[in-house]
Design a protein around this ligand. Structure first.
Ligand SMILES: *Cc1c(COP(=O)(O)O)cnc(C)c1O
Length: 804
């Protein structure tokens, strides 16, 4: 039977009503919008599940090598639109719902935004899962099913307030619990040796149970599995205690298990040393490694062939303890000797580094590690002895050997997780060319000396399905009209768009689309914040985690300087601007929270000042998340990527904006450099110091006071913020924050200020030349296809995993 387009609508409609009645338990009359949302997902899910089974059996029958992506974060966002569009049934779903008077876009808004991640690292994991499925590579993502993901941000009087995000409160129709996939994860206890056989008897065991979410690839080709672990106490309730009246004590075990999966640590870089964090890391790493080993032995019988059938990728150092856990299983449970276990472990594991920030390199106090994981401590010592012998043999000096050691001997002794991941992996990659070079020169200089072939680069990417097709349907149809739809699967086909770069009619259509997206965003922001925006103004956007190295402050200080200039010279031909900010601050990161307050204070003052009128508006969008990014990015004219050079490993926001035709104003940092190389120097606005210049200035004794005093605009802006112009209710609020720029200015805001302000006036100049701006926008879209995560995953697959 073939189902025509209309047949598909009717079939879908019948399935939705069936699901509504028999699975949701409502009839059409009683159903509320959230019931229809659930019914729509359940109806769609049936197609997905069939493809899921088929994908799994295909991989199994072919004996295919699988990729296992271990990540403490998956910043997924909503799934309905993604699944509909990858299955190619968006139109059909729209029509089927319309027959019941329902609007798909409105139902989509009812889906909670799954925010099991902080920012770029977690979003990368989600893009990778989609690309793996789209490239038909059998893969599992492994992580934690956090009961509360990233906090919800409310802005109260300009201050960030954190509220728990209860994304699971009304159930989750996308997930399936797999009770048969349960493993015990041990903590503490003691290690004994019995006739040479080592035995770890944990003091506590927690049960990890798999909860699976299907991940649909482009055109539904393959459906992979995102497997997230939940935790259960072995005895959820101790009845004897309960019956004796100790009700809280009776439930203590389950409370302890719950705490493992309760919250995502809400910082991109968590200060080391928190026991719960190490417990989370071991919990999910151990369950995942046990699952991988069990599957391998069940399918292939012989654990020795593991590297032929499994490639495990560690997303940053968070799952590093997986190295020791795989060693333990190979040695203690499968009886291999140390050297053989070590060869298998390294051949199976790859490690991706995401940051050079010293405070983000995880390490654990040795006594904590040993108490929680006594057997793994022994294994870490054994690995360390082997590595240090190799280093000695290679002729490394004492300083190099102490830098390579898995144990940091300076002060309180600590286990270095990045070093463990490095030595336990056959491949160690950075996420952009500059970042990979800096890895070789800085954090891993000595390990690179010992293992010179191990470090390689895999520049990040983003999935064009979510970040162009689904988020910007208007632009997608224009591109499709121009060059066909091959770019969805092969983003580099976007290159053919360059033939339209000088085409005035095409350029105008690109402009009309941008304007329509800006009208949509303005309407949404008026609902959210009450602020009215002019869609003909230049929309200048900085949305990302709030962090001093990302330099929202540079943007804010320049905004204040611009405000001063507009007031002093109202007669000049100013380009009307809307400055959009969004992002969350880690709850304990004082300066980041103060920066949010400053953005809101500046917005409050400027937005009601009649002397600037429509020339300048400032908006802080609360609760930045994936769904908001999908609305904001298609409406952006200018993408702010202004980190201190050498600090942003790659960035992926920069790529999403370029896919949507925004021009970048940015430093020579992370992937900005590679974006410049591809879109052309004339289609991007680059300013400021290079990573090398930043390092040299810091070494030379950088004097920010002299810089500030030498720049009238900067000094005025900094002093007005410091003196309370934007905080009349508390004039000293920003004094400390601004004084820090005079005394240390670690992130070199002052040093780059004049260059940044000049670059912003260059942006104004380009904006006035509408034809040139449109051409640059088209050249950005045409030349960023390389930043598709399909290209990135293709490189991992060929060069690290050996699966393509
Ligand atoms: C892409 C993305 C990020 C990463 O943005 P950067 O600008 O690369 O830091 C963070 N959060 C969300 C919600 C994203 O979609």
């Amino acid at each position: 039977m073939t189902i025509g387009p209309n047949g598909k609508v009717q079939e879908l409609e019948a399935r939705i009503v069936g699901a509504l009645r028999h699975r949701v338990g409502k009839n059409e009359r009683a159903a509320k919008p959230h019931d229809w949302y659930n019914a729509a997902v359940l109806a769609l899910r049936d197609d997905i599940i069939d493809n899921w089974f088929a994908s799994t059996s295909r991989a199994h029958e072919a004996g295919a090598k699988r990729v296992y992506y271990l990540s403490l974060e998956f910043l997924i966002g909503r799934l309905l639109r993604d699944a509909l569009s990858n299955l190619g049934v968006t139109r059909e779903m729209e029509q089927a719902l319309r027959e019941h008077g329902l609007d798909l876009a409105a139902l989509e808004e009812l889906e909670p935004d799954a925010a099991l991640g902080n920012g770029g690292l977690g979003r990368l994991a989600a893009c990778f899962m989609e690309s793996l499925a789209s490239l038909d590579i059998p893969a599992f993502g492994y992580g934690i099913r956090y009961i509360n993901g990233m906090f919800r941000q409310r802005i109260d009087e300009g201050w960030q307030v954190e509220l728990p995000e209860t994304w699971l409160a009304h159930g989750n129709p996308w997930e399936f619990e797999r009770r048969e996939s349960s493993y015990l994860v041990g903590f503490g206890g003691e290690v004994t040796s019995d006739a040479g056989k080592i035995r770890w008897t944990p003091g506590e065991k927690i049960e990890a149970t798999a909860v699976d979410t299907p991940v649909v690839g482009w055109q539904g080709k393959r459906v992979n599995t995102l497997r997230l672990w939940t935790a259960n106490a072995m005895d959820p309730i101790q009845l004897d205690a309960f019956n004796a009246g100790d009700h809280a004590g009776a439930l203590a075990g389950q409370v302890r298990a719950d705490s493992l999966v309760r919250v995502l640590y809400p910082a991109d870089s968590t200060p080391a040393g928190q026991e719960l964090r190490l417990r989370q890391e071991f919990f999910f790493s151990s369950a995942s490694i046990q699952d991988i080993v069990r599957r391998h032995v069940q399918y292939y019988g012989d654990i020795r062939t593991l590297p032929d059938k499994a490639a495990i990728q560690l997303n940053d150092t968070h799952p590093s303890v997986a190295v020791a856990e795989l060693m333990r299983l190979l040695k203690d449970e499968h009886g291999l000797d140390f050297d053989e276990a070590w060869d298998i472990t390294r051949a199976t594991i790859g490690y991706t580094n995401h940051t050079l920030l010293p405070e983000a390199l995880e390490s654990w106090p040795l006594p904590l590690f040993e108490r929680l994981l006594p057997r793994h401590m022994q294994i870490v010592y054994a690995i360390n002895a082997k590595v240090l012998r190799e280093a000695r043999k290679a002729g490394l000096d004492d300083a190099a050997i102490s830098a390579i050691s898995l144990i940091d001997e300076h002060g309180e002794r600590r286990v270095r997780m990045a070093n463990l991941a490095f030595v336990g992996a056959h491949s160690v990659n950075g996420v952009a060319a500059l970042h990979t070079d800096l890895m070789k020169q800085t954090v891993f200089a000595n390990l690179h000396q010992l293992y010179p072939d191990r470090i390689n680069n895999k520049t990040n990417g983003v999935t064009p399905r979510r970040w162009l097709h689904q988020s910007n349907p208007r632009l997608t149809s224009l591109i499709r009209e121009g060059i066909g739809s091959g770019f969805m699967a092969e983003a580099e086909q976007l290159a053919s768009l360059s033939k339209f770069a000088g085409d005035a009619a095409f350029g105008e259509r690109v402009d009309e689309i941008k304007r329509a997206n800006k009208v949509d965003l303005s309407n949404h922001l008026r609902e959210l914040t009450g602020i009215r925006l002019d869609p003909d103004a230049l929309f200048d956007v900085q949305i990302k985690r709030i962090h001093e190295y990302k330099r929202q402050l540079l943007n804010l200080i320049e905004t204040v300087a611009l405000y001063d200039q507009i007031r002093s010279h109202p007669e000049r031909d100013w380009v009307p601007r809307v400055k959009i900010f969004g992002g969350k601050a880690a709850p304990t990161y004082h300066n980041a929270k103060l920066i949010i307050k400053l953005a809101n204070d500046i917005a409050k003052r400027i937005n009601c000042d009649p002397s600037v009128g429509e020339l300048l508006k400032v908006v802080f969008v609360p609760n930045y998340n994936v769904s908001l990014a999908e609305r904001i990015i298609p409406a952006a004219d200018l993408s702010e990527q202004i980190s201190t050079a050498g600090m942003e490993a790659s960035g992926t926001g920069n790529m999403k904006f370029a896919f949507n035709g925004a021009l970048t104003i940015g430093t020579l940092d992370g992937a900005n450099i590679e974006i410049m190389d591809r879109v052309g120097r004339e289609n991007i606005v680059i300013f400021g110091m290079t990573a090398e210049e930043v390092a040299a200035q810091r070494a030379d004794g950088y004097n920010p006071r002299a810089v500030i005093e030498g720049s009238r605009e900067l000094a005025q802006a900094v002093n007005s913020i410091a003196n309370g112009v934007f905080s009349p209710d508390e004039p000293d609020r920003y004094k400390g924050l601004m004084d820090a720029h005079y005394s240390s200015d670690w992130f070199m805001v002052a040093a780059d200020f004049d260059a940044y302000a000049a670059a912003q006036r260059e942006v104004d100049g380009r904006w006035r030349d509408r034809a040139a701006w449109r051409k640059s926008a088209i050249m950005n879209i045409a030349n960023v296809g390389w930043f598709s995560s399909d290209r990135t995953i293709g490189e991992y697959a060929r060069e690290i995993w050996g699966v393509l």
